[in-house]
Design a protein around this ligand. Sequence first.
Ligand SMILES: C[C@](O)(CO)[C@H](O)COP(=O)(O)OP(=O)(O)OC[C@H]1O[C@@H](n2ccc(N)nc2=O)[C@H](O)[C@@H]1O
Ligand SMILES: Nc1ncnc2c1ncn2[C@@H]1O[C@H](COP(=O)(O)OP(=O)(O)OP(=O)(O)O)[C@@H](O)[C@H]1O
Length: 319
Amino acid sequence: MSPASLSVISGAVTVRVPAKINLHLGVGPLRDDGYHDLVTIFQALSLYDDVTVARSAATTVTMSRSGGRGADTESVPLDENNLAVRAARALGEHVGRDPRVSIDIVKRIPVAGGMAGGSADAAGALVALAALWKLDISRAEILELAAGLGSDVPFSVQGGTALGTGRGEQLMPVLARGELHWVLALAREGLSTPKVFAELDRLRENRADEYSGANPRPDALVQALAGGRPQEIAPLLHNDLQPAALSLQPALRRTLRAGIDAGALGGIVSGSGPTCAFLCSGAEDAVAVAAELSGAGVARSVRTAAGPVPGATRKPPEE
Ligand SMILES: C[C@](O)(CO)[C@H](O)COP(=O)(O)OP(=O)(O)OC[C@H]1O[C@@H](n2ccc(N)nc2=O)[C@H](O)[C@@H]1O
Ligand SMILES: Nc1ncnc2c1ncn2[C@@H]1O[C@H](COP(=O)(O)OP(=O)(O)OP(=O)(O)O)[C@@H](O)[C@H]1O
């Protein structure tokens, strides 16, 4: 069934959820529970998955990709391992509802791309089901359920620009003046998030004498975001996972260089990668950088996006 026909089924609810990038990603030492303490600045971008839920006799997931060369959906499980299904089950258990629903996902966020694509679908399912089931549930409860599903899921619910601490699930809004314009270079092959964290641990172990374990708050970046000048923000972009992502996919060095050569102010691997995000001085510059980067042949596809945008938001039924 196409998403368009789903949206007109009486009672179906569609939620639009943004991708994220990390403008700063500081990773502390490996914890006993297998996670790392993070100090990160998230920003939600105008690249969205749509999650539509409707009552159904059995739980089903359908996924279509939008825009031809967009997200690569073949590797995404459509069974109980799909993060949107796990979200439905977690919410159903929490409120004592039968979680059987149909879930239709229009995927635009790259899969295993470091842009929280699976997390977006989990966040979308939580928000859509809360509306479908007309739940009297607080934002805090939704955020707690979200954190149980994955470190990035609370931010996918919340959106905007935020400081994330703990596993990345504890959020505080950050003031970001104006709009930032980004170019995204989507890679041909994905990267597994746990493998990238493990590679960082390995690199740090090999250079134990150089690693202090410090993970300070990015105060200069927070200040630059309040000022809203991309020229001041660009040199402060930072990602501790970048050396690990580059170690696993050395070709990303070329992609990062190509973005700067194309005129971006700064470039960074997004989260655990391999998507690279380039900050540009304005919307027109972003279009020009995207065109040149496309021509350089260093990415599977290239697109522009702006941020910050709101988190998981219900779409009006007529859209
Ligand atoms: C890289 C980021 O995208 C940055 O925002 C996130 O930290 C990843 O968030 P996520 O994909 O929601 O990750 P989760 O599903 O919570 O965890 C997947 C795996 O990533 C690693 N992981 C994740 C978050 C964290 N703070 N430390 C970790 O070491 C762990 O090996 C974990 O088993
Ligand atoms: N709804 C979903 N969408 C995408 N991937 C999913 C989904 N459900 C489960 N997965 C699994 O999760 C894995 C990670 O995919 P995802 O797109 O979330 O990675 P990511 O964007 O790099 O994550 P993050 O940025 O949060 O670390 C995929 O390889 C896929 O098998």
